[in-house]
Design a protein around this ligand. Structure first.
Ligand code: 2AM
Ligand code: CA
Length: 273
């Protein structure tokens, strides 16, 4: 099943690479403010779904552009697909975007692929089988002092409900760390935590397809991932904190005082589901 996910991610990557050579002739539409979709997102998604369905016609699918498809009744196998994570970067020719494909089995993430078609980096994981970058085992960083750490984040761009709380976290984290980065593809950000390039990451307002694959890759690389209270509602709440175990705990302590009522309520509602 991981092989099918890899095949689908590479095919989508080929479509994206080809289109990146002719960005000026692309058809682009806006889903909402600051939220763009191009014909490339759609073509890449169709290619992925076709490859998955050719082999597993009975599986359920949740994909960013087409939503739920396939056999919705199948509660055992569900594919979670983001055909192009970082569309805004892609449209600007800014080479930081990826294809993200995860497979849930009986409600648990089981396989994951994040593929960067710009540099051919392929991050993969299978539950219990470890995490890999281009077939080499990866692990989260060993840094323990926050002041030595490089931390990734995502700045709100569409939904500003939690903007004030986010800015308070940002303000409080900056003086404690070596540096902050905001590259713009959450799936790659999470993979970078797994590879030890970042020591931690946080964001508010992500969708399940942004996080599903990256979160298994982090866990299989020995990292921790949770919502901003450290619990496991993140795939539903969209609030996410990740890191090596030591840094996860230290970031949690800085973030906790800034959790607004709205964020706590959002997280409680997600836990109830
Ligand atoms: P997308 O390209 O699949 O929509 C990071 O903040 C996440 O938000 C990205 O993974 C990206 O996923 C999404 N995103 C959408 N529009 C964005 C924008 N204008 N700036 C940054 N991230 C954006
Ligand atoms: Ca995305």
């Amino acid at each position: 099943m991981l092989n099918i996910a890899i095949k689908a991610a590479r095919r989508a990557g080929d479509i994206i690479n080809q289109a990146s050579r002719n960005l000026d002739i692309l058809n682009i539409s806006k889903k909402s403010r600051s939220d763009y979709v191009s014909e490339v997102d759609r073509a890449a998604e169709e290619a992925i779904i076709r490859i998955v369905h050719d082999t597993y016609p009975n599986h359920a699918i949740l994909a960013e552009e087409s939503g739920i498809s396939g056999n919705e009744e199948n509660t055992e196998y569900q594919w979670i697909i983001d055909p192009l994570d970082g569309t805004t970067n892609f449209l600007h020719g800014f080479p930081q975007y990826s294809v993200s494909i995860a497979l849930k089995y009986k409600g648990q993430l089981n396989k994951a692929v994040v593929y960067n078609p710009n540099n051919n980096e392929l991050f993969t994981a299978s539950r219990g089988g470890g995490a890999y970058l281009n077939n080499q085992r990866i692990r989260v960083s060993k840094r323990t002092r926050l002041e030595d750490c490089l931390i990734g984040t995502g700045i709100p761009f569409r939904d500003f409900t939690h903007f004030e709380a986010y800015l308070m976290m940002f303000k409080d984290i900056i003086p404690h760390v070596a540096g902050i980065r905001r590259p713009g593809s959450a799936a790659l950000d999470l993979s970078y935590v797994a590879a030890g390039r970042y020591d931690g990451f946080w964001e508010i307002g992500l969708a399940p397809w942004d996080m599903a694959a990256g979160s298994l890759i982090i866990q299989e690389a020995g990292g921790l991932i949770g919502d901003l209270e450290g619990n496991d509602s993140y795939l539903r709440s969209g609030q996410i904190l990740a890191g090596n175990p030591k840094i996860f705990t230290q970031l949690l302590q800085i973030i906790q005082p800034h959790l607004s009522e709205a964020l706590i309520e959002n997280h409680r509602a997600a836990l109830k589901h």
